[in-house]
Design a protein. Structure first.
Lengths: 471, 99
């Protein structure tokens, strides 16, 4: 019997799981490479098994979909069609004459290497949160909205007792209602978007009744937990000495500037803040895949422009779990056909393609409505850190532009060190670009995560091989 | 309500570890960050230049703000590293190599 074709799926969230199931069902051996201890990604992040949660769905939405994915994965794991490599932090995907090699570090200390060889790779690397700077945002107690949710879902913990949830975007709703359900007092949900902007986009939004019902569900939960909602408002500053004690919230005018005299102080020990999501594209960039703006470019089959490399989910454009499932399913079927040397028939995945079209239109409409205040950068005082790792202030970035003539993100970085620290600019790039008034350019990082020099030195010689699929 | 009750968690026996020599309790499965949050601790690093306190920010291993010293090894991401019984967690000052 001929050897089964091998697919490496990077990321075990909705997109990666949908692709793994679709490909494995069609005879492809799938190695699912993921950084977490449990599959699920961020959306379906599971409580640590040691916590023995008997009702994890209390923290989740669309649980039945998860049960279906989990059941499918378990069946393929048992049958040997899928191998799941947890705690594998991928730092590079390498193209070789005969296929691709996925290089990972074993977590959580990430010092030992592992490699997986495959005929095709699916990048289902997900996204991470964008947070724009404001005075006080580095105080302990200020966390990203997604971070608060991840700690809650995974560790069943809260950062404090009284929280404000703020910023912009659809993620703030489940975060606010989730924190409240888990026992935090949510003092306010502060959203900078204007509800009128949603009304203007009703056609695209109304085309997705399930999504509207989801929104209505959140509205009911907000009421039930008595969470005050302030739209067209923004957090102008976080206050505290050694940790967060309060935030100042102000109304926004039509230009996106805080209205003088509307400022109000809200006591809180937690601020969960986020301004939307960004795709994780490091691995795609390392492979030389074309990007469209911040997103990995894909065709109708979810193929990137690099042979043997597909992408699905948030990496190809932020659109939530439903879109990730549709894209992952299409990618898995396309990969199975292509690896078998046949031309896939798109009619076979027509329902997924329709869901993809609808959901993309829905999120395009949402993205237009959910936006940080247009003039947010004006509110960032000179003394505010914009780069958290290297402790670079907005004032230093402004001097690099105004006095030293920096005209792009790269020059700002070279002059100020903003973006040169541990996170490699992932957290600060949008903030630095906004304060500097430059365009947000892709990071073009050589390695997707810090790699010990010893690992790089031994890579060519004797990297341990974990590929279990060639049987 | 609390998160453990909401998810009807029945964790195994709690164990102890130390944070700056103070004994704190942790649950099996929790990360170092989750154990510290449970004990009401939200900062465990001071920055290299200004010496300012930091703790969890992104919660998913991307931002490196939650770096901490675990059993003498600095620069561990508290949001990823599992809490272990008897672990010695210390506030990381600066690079963690400053002595």
């Amino acid at each position: 019997m001929a050897e089964r074709p091998r697919l490496a799926v990077i990321g075990a969230g909705p997109a990666g799981l949908a692709a793994a199931l679709a490909a494995a069902a069609r005879g492809v051996h799938v190695t699912l490479v993921d950084s977490a201890a449990e599959p699920g990604g961020q959306f379906y992040r599971q409580p640590a098994p040691g916590l023995r949660a008997r009702r994890p769905q209390a923290l989740h939405h669309q649980w039945r979909t998860w049960e279906r994915l989990r059941g499918g994965l378990d069946a393929h794991l048992a049958a040997g069609g899928v191998t799941h490599l947890s705690d594998h932090h991928v730092w590079c995907v390498e193209r070789e004459s005969a296929g691709l090699t996925v290089h990972a570090l074993l977590g959580p200390d990430q010092e030992r290497p592992a490699a997986v060889h495959a005929d095709a790779v699916l990048l289902a690397t997900g996204g991470y949160e964008k947070v724009l700077p404001f005075p006080g945002w580095t105080l302990p107690g200020v966390v990203t909205a997604g971070g608060a949710q991840a700690m809650l879902k995974g560790g069943l913990v809260l950062p404090g007792r009284r929280a404000v949830v703020a910023g912009s975007g659809p993620l703030l709703l489940p975060v606010a209602t989730g924190l409240a359900a888990a026992g935090a007092e949510v003092a306010a949900l502060v959203e900078s978007a204007d509800p009128k902007d949603f009304v203007r986009r009703t056609r695209a939004l109304a085309a997705q009744p399930a999504k509207l019902a989801e929104g209505a569900g959140y509205a009911a939960a907000l009421l039930r937990h008595r969470i005050p909602v302030r739209t067209r408002h923004t957090v102008v500053a976080a206050h505290g000495g050694e940790r967060l004690e309060a935030v100042s919230v102000a109304a926004l005018d039509a230009e996106g500037r805080p209205v003088p005299g509307t400022e109000r102080r809200i006591a809180c020990d937690t601020l969960a803040v986020g301004h939307g999501m960004l795709p994780h594209t490091d691995l795609a960039e390392g492979l030389g895949c074309r990007l469209d703006g911040p997103n990995v470019h894909v065709d109708d089959e979810q193929r990137t422009d690099v042979p043997g490399v597909w992408a699905a989910g948030e990496a190809t454009g932020i659109g939530g779990a439903a879109l990730s499932l549709a894209e992952g399913h299409i990618a898995g079927r396309s990969i199975a056909a292509r690896l078998a040397g046949t031309e896939p028939d798109p009619r076979a995945w027509a329902p997924a393609a329709r869901a993809r079209t609808r959901t993309r239109a829905f999120f395009a409409a949402l993205e237009g409505a959910y936006a940080p205040p247009a003039r947010w950068a004006e509110q960032v005082t000179d003394g505010t850190l914009v780069c958290r790792c290297e402790e670079v202030t907005a004032g230093a970035v402004r001097r690099a532009v105004g006095e030293l003539g920096a005209g792009d993100l790269r020059t700002v970085k070279l002059l100020t060190r903003a973006g040169m620290g541990w996170c490699q600019g992932r957290m600060c790039a949008p903030g630095v670009a906004g304060v500097a008034g430059c365009e947000l350019a892709p990071g073009r990082r050589l390695l997707a995560r810090p790699v010990p020099l010893g690992v790089l030195a031994t890579q060519a010689a004797d990297a341990p091989d974990e590929d279990t699929s060639a049987q | 309500m609390n998160p453990l009750d909401l998810a009807r968690a029945r964790p195994g026996t709690p164990f102890t570890l130390t944070f700056d020599e103070r004994r704190i309790e942790a649950l099996p499965g929790q990360t170092v960050a989750a154990a510290l949050w449970s004990a009401g601790i939200t900062s465990w690093r001071t920055t290299r230049d200004e010496g300012r306190p930091r703790g969890v920010f992104c919660g998913i291993g991307v931002c490196f703000d939650c770096l901490v010293t675990v059993d003498g090894r600095p620069n561990q991401r508290a949001c990823l590293v599992p809490a272990e019984s008897g672990a010695e967690i210390r506030t990381q000052e600066g690079t963690g190599h400053d002595g």
